[in-house]
Structures are given as C-alpha cells and as structure tokens.
Design a protein. Structure first.
Length: 328
C-alpha cells in the first residue's frame, strides 16, 4: 500500500529546487535554517524511547519492556542539512495508578504537547486501545500531528490495515500517516524528511553536534534505572527509582577522563531491596557492571561506580518526596 493515503498530504522535499544559476553547494548555503520542537507521545511501552534514539542517532533515552520506563521530558537533537530537529520524548500517559508520581508524569506529557511545532502520535500499527485514546485526547487543535504506525513490520497482511487507518482518520485530523519500524534506518530517514516540512524557518537553538540537553549525571541515573528494570523484569514495582549522590570528574594520569559515581536505588519494601541485591549481591553487582560499561562507552571515560539500595516506603505517594527525587 502507499505510505500516504491520497487524501493526506504527500511527503515533499525540504525546500523548492534552487535556481539553476547556483551550484549545489551554493544552493545549500542559500537555504534558510529550520528548527522546531517535535513531541513524541503515546501510551506506555509503545516504543517512544526507541524511536527517539533512532531519530537522534544515538541512545539518549532508556528502554525496557517495563511500562513507564521513561519518567522525564528528554530532549534529543539531530541536525541534518539546514534542519535542526529538537525531539521531546515523554513518559507514557498513565491512568492506572493515581499517585503523586503518576500525576507528575502526566503533567510532563500535557506540557510537552501544548507548545510544539509537530506531534508524533505513536501507536502500534493496527492497534488502538483506551490508553491510546486518552493520549489522543491531549492533542491540541492547530498543532499538526503525524500518525506514526510503529512496528509496522509486524503486520503480515498490509491490506488489513486499511480499515484501521480509516478509523484513525475519523478520530483525528492527522496531517500525515507514517507506517514504519523504528529499527529500520530507511524508515527513520523518511520520517526525518517528513518532519522537516513542519519546522519553522528560524535559527538553530543548539550546536550542530549536540545530541541532548540532559547532563551526564542525568544519563548516569537513567542508565542505572534501565539496568535495574531489565534485570528484575516484572518482579520489581515500577515505582523504584535512582538518586545520584555523587557525580565527580577527577584528574587522572592514566585515563583521559575519570568519573566517580555514587548512586542509591530507592525501593518501597524490604522484599524489593532483597530482590535488587540478589543472592550474595550478584544482581546488584551485575547492575553496576552493565551500567559502568555503558557509561564508559557513552562518556568516553573510565567510570568507577558504587550503588546502594535503600527502602523509602510510600515515596511515590508523597508529592514533596517525588519533587525531591527530581520529578516535576
């Protein structure tokens, strides 16, 4: 089937062809810079962070099969040609548990969709659940939205998608329909080309080589949390979190960069603490080892890391503590 239905706008070039009197290099210089905010929204565990990492070209947002892995508004940048894309990954909009943590996460989502140039409404191709509907209801009139049918490679009979697409068009006036897999490089490039059309003509906000506005300290916290969730699976409640107690770069004669990290994993019960530590401390040791290896690659540095586990019962229901742990 066609990537874009006839009644929706076709994906066009970033700019009109340059006059024949200019060389290609001169034409590129004459094109105005484009820059804008693009929010990636969807229900929990629909692949938003994987999509952000693919669009940026490097891992900056953690991923796991556990719902609610992303808890912060994470900005990732990519500059291609004259266009600078500023992507905002958001937590999945949560409706199951009405605690202080989830109210904070939902506030982040609502804020992200209200002041952007484009929204990527991400769903699993062929699926639309009540959770998807609650996110769709957040979209603001006047802000163009693309329907991102992620995991399209899992659809075996493409003709079956037509009724679903028709139903989606009736639910919202999407600017375009983009079937794709975030793991397919060509799909990602095609999505960037489509997004470029919606960026306002204005100067870039960031240097061309910047990838995220988040600090290395924040990335360390997120990496620990990712390993925690990946290695505990569904056993550990999603309310567990990570606090960075120390993040210091020290001079070293042996290494180009030497970074010391001290962190605390916060859980709600003693049984969860035992689960994180594991038999003879093996699980906690593995969390630390995998975190160190990933951070060394990400930061191009030698990393020394210490991780403790503490119990803070009911923290996710305590608004003051939720804020103290770095949530909005």
């Amino acid at each position: 089937m066609n990537a874009t239905p006839p009644e929706l706008p076709e994906a066009g070039a970033l700019q009109s062809p340059a006059p024949a009197t200019h060389t290609a290099a001169e034409a590129a210089d004459l094109k105005p810079q484009r820059c804008g905010l693009i929010a990636i929204v969807g229900k929990p565990n629909v692949g938003k962070s994987t999509l952000l990492n693919a669009l940026v070209g490097q891992k900056i947002s953690i991923t796991s099969r556990k719902a609610q892995t992303t808890r912060h508004r994470i900005t990732g940048m990519r500059t291609e040609g004259q266009a600078q894309f500023v992507f905002v990954d958001t937590p999945g909009f949560q409706t199951i548990h009405n605690n202080a943590l989830n109210r904070s996460l939902n506030k982040t989502v609502q804020g992200a969709v209200s002041d952007v140039d484009l929204v990527l409404f991400t769903v699993e191709a062929g699926s639309f659940t009540p959770a998807d509907a609650r996110v769709l209801a957040l979209l603001k009139p006047g802000i163009p939205a693309l329907l991102i049918a992620n995991k399209f490679d899992t659809i075996h009979r493409r003709g079956d998608i037509a009724p679903w697409l028709q139903a989606m068009q009736e639910r919202h006036a999407f600017a375009e329909f983009v079937p794709m897999s975030a793991k397919n490089a060509r799909d990602v490039t095609r999505l960037l080309d489509i997004c470029a059309k919606y960026l306002p003509e204005q100067a870039w906000w960031y240097a061309a080589d910047e990838l995220t506005d988040r600090s290395e300290k924040f990335l360390a916290s997120e990496t620990i949390r990712e390993k925690l969730f990946r290695l505990t699976g569904d056993e550990l409640p999603y309310t567990s979190t990570v606090i960075i107690d120390k993040f210091e770069e020290e001079p070293s004669k042996k290494f180009k960069r030497f970074i010391k990290v001290a962190a605390t994993i916060v859980v709600e019960r003693d049984t969860h603490k035992a689960m994180v530590i594991g038999e003879s401390g093996e699980r906690l040791k593995r969390i630390g080892t995998e975190t160190r290896q990933e951070l060394e690659k990400l930061m191009d540095a030698k990393v020394f890391i210490e991780i403790w586990v503490k119990v803070r019962s009911g923290w996710a229901d305590d608004e003051a503590r939720v804020r103290s742990f770095g949530y909005e």
